[in-house]
Design a binder for this molecule. Structure first.
Ligand code: F6R
Length: 595
């Protein structure tokens, strides 16, 4: 998704902007650009990577104020002309933007009739022209007037050649200001500026900021507001690869620590991490869990966890679909899961839930994210920055949060509760055992990498693990993969089975075991090679399957954790064998801030 950076201070802006942009590459992008001001504007941009742009720049680009952008195309193909920054007619105002301007066609027509000339297909280009229309020597005022006409979402940074300041604003897209010493920074995300400062200020929806080297002023509708300064506790090393070939592999390996950190943060099981009850101790009768992508798979597992432990009925929905059809009964409790806290569909769902009076607990990984600020209650996962586009450690941390959310309300006897808590505390070690088996998994991945289509099947609490295993494989290795409830395969998809279509079967030691065994035999009878994930010591499945990955024994309720880690490694090594760009898969973005 688009990334924004900005610099104002005593140093040359060009190298700082390029460095900040390189730290935003993990968001996924197709074009990039910078604008630097030293009395006149110099704009450089193209549909290329940041490193390639750097090579095309003149050695001397003078200017101590600048803005930069990585673009992920929404309106108009990736091209030089559509890349940001965008300028007004005079070429003295430059804007970088993340978000979508819904009424840009209307604004474009109107501005064109007033003599403004547009050169790109983007929605963004209306912003510099609107600012130009209102500009009479005060950039902040002109930006405020311009934004009054804009409908949609935006985080913007604006520069005018005539004034030594940056003007920034946000609505429904993230934007932060980094605080330096006689210099300040602007960014859509913290990793962009971590080489320079760990002190940040989060803008809120409707805020407009004026940034100079010495000063940051934030206002809403012309009235000054104070925004709290935060200190970022993670280091730049946390956001870098730490010796691993890819961020994804590093993040997979961080999972024992992530589990420890996340459950360590939720000290007591008697004190809930968020209240699932409104008043008194009665659980709300209807629970609803919403999310997108991998977080949705965590939501599906959450349904099994909450239903099994709390004996309540839980509904799960994709946030994007809920926004069209989902009904909310009064007395419902909603949980929205989002790693980034910025996913547009999830934010829209939260806003709708709140409008209808439904209390919302957000499970998110990003402190200060939009979701965390609009939720009634927030449960933070402690996964640290997740750079790889494919979510891994954040998913595991989400599961930890769901277990911990459910345990204080669990309607189970004390011995079972004790054994679950002990099981949770042992999970980091169990996950480490899976990681220690990496060499075996990578050998299986080498075999899988030759196929074009792969099915993942399971039942019960591991059915969402099959979905997640398939998603991970397809997004980074580009092999077509489908996750299926094992019982559903014979209702149509059996037609695709055969020796060229392997099936990965996830077999847990729970009430699904016998049915899974039957399903594996059915698949084998159609000649599909079967790779099974089993609990160590399971000789029965080993007899039937072509190959097995043996995983440490855990309570079946926690089996999604160890199974998913194994499937993450399987996807990673399959993609590696195929030479794919693992951390930045084609067409994908880390944070999906458009609907
Ligand atoms: C897949 C992946 C995505 C995200 C989805 C939701 O590996 O990362 O499917 O899970 O875009 O993102 P968040 O959790 O930030 O709302």
């Amino acid at each position: 998704m688009c990334g924004i950076v900005g610099y104002i201070g005593e140093k040359q802006a060009k190298p700082i902007l390029l460095n900040c942009l390189s730290h935003l590459e993990y968001r996924g992008y197709d074009s990039c650009g910078i604008a630097v001001s030293a009395g006149g504007l110099e704009v450089y941009k193209d549909a290329i990577r940041v490193q390639a742009l750097e090579k095309t720049l003149p050695k001397k680009v003078n200017g101590k104020i600048g803005i930069g952008h990585t673009r992920w195309a929404t309106h108009g193909e990736p091209s030089q002309v559509n890349a940001h920054p965008h300028c007004d007619c005079s070429g003295r105002i430059a804007v970088v933007h993340n978000g979508v301007i819904n009424n840009f066609q209307k604004l474009k027509q109107q501005l064109s009739s007033e003599g403004h000339r547009f050169i790109s297909e983007t929605d963004t280009e209306v912003i510099p022209h609107l600012i130009e229309k209102y500009y009479d020597g005060d950039l902040a005022k002109a930006t405020e007037l311009a934004l009054r006409e804009v409908e949609g979402s935006y985080a913007i940074a604006v520069l005018v050649a005539d004034e030594p300041k940056l003007v920034v604003a946000r609505k429904d897209s993230p934007l932060i200001i980094g605080i330096g010493d006689r210099e300040n920074f602007v960014a859509s995300d913290v990793p962009a500026i971590m080489d320079y400062t760990n002190r940040v200020l989060y803008l809120e929806d409707g805020d407009l900021g004026v940034v100079t080297p010495e000063d940051i002023r934030v206002s809403r509708h012309g009235v000054a507001v104070d925004r709290e300064r935060h200190e970022i506790s993670w280091s730049i090393e946390d956001a870098q690869k730490g010796g691993y070939a890819h961020f994804m592999l590093k993040e997979i390996h961080e999972q024992p620590k992530v589990i420890r950190d996340t459950i360590g943060g939720y000290l007591s099981v008697t004190e809930p991490i968020a209240s699932l009850t409104m008043a008194g101790d009665t659980l709300l009768p209807d629970m609803l869990i919403l999310a997108c992508g991998t977080s949705y798979h965590a939501a599906l597992i959450g349904k099994y966890i909450l239903e099994q432990l709390l004996r309540v009925s839980v509904r799960t929905e994709l946030a994007s679909e809920f926004n069209y059809s989902g009904q909310i009964s009064s007395g419902s409790q909603a949980i929205v899961i989002t790693q980034s806290g910025e996913t547009a569909d999830s934010l829209k769902a939260i806003k709708r839930l709140k409008e209808e009076g439904c209390p919302v607990i957000v499970i998110t990984n990003v402190v200060g994210s939009t979701a965390s600020r609009i939720a009634d209650q927030v449960v933070y996962t402690r996964a640290g920055p997740e750079i790889s586009v494919a979510a891994t450690k954040s998913f595991t941390a989400q599961l930890m949060a769901l277990y911990w959310l459910a345990l204080p309300y669990a309607k189970i006897d004390i011995r079972r509760l004790d054994s679950l808590i002990m099981g949770l505390r042992q999970l980091p070690g169990k996950v480490q055992q899976v990681l220690d088996n990496e060499a075996v998994i990578s050998e299986y991945a080498r075999q899988l990498s030759k196929y074009k289509n792969i099915f993942f099947i399971s039942r019960g609490v591991n059915f969402p693990v099959a979905l997640e295993g398939a998603l991970k494989l397809k997004e980074i290795s580009y092999i077509h993969a489908e996750g299926y409830a094992a019982g559903e395969l014979k209702h149509g998809s059996f037609a695709l089975l055969g020796s060229g279509t392997p099936v990965v079967a996830i077999v847990a030691q729970d009430n699904t075991y016998e049915a899974m065994l039957t399903n594996i035999k059915e698949v084998k009878a159609r000649k599909s090679p079967v790779m099974a994930l089993v609990e160590e010591g399971d000789e029965v499945v080993e007899e039937v399957a072509d190959s097995v990955i043996a995983l440490p024994q855990v309570d079946a309720l926690f089996s999604p954790v160890v199974n998913t880690v194994a499937l993450q490694l399987l996807a990673y090594y399959t993609a590696k064998e195929r030479g794919c760009p693992i951390d930045f898969p084609r067409n994908l973005a880390k944070s999906v801030t458009v609907e």
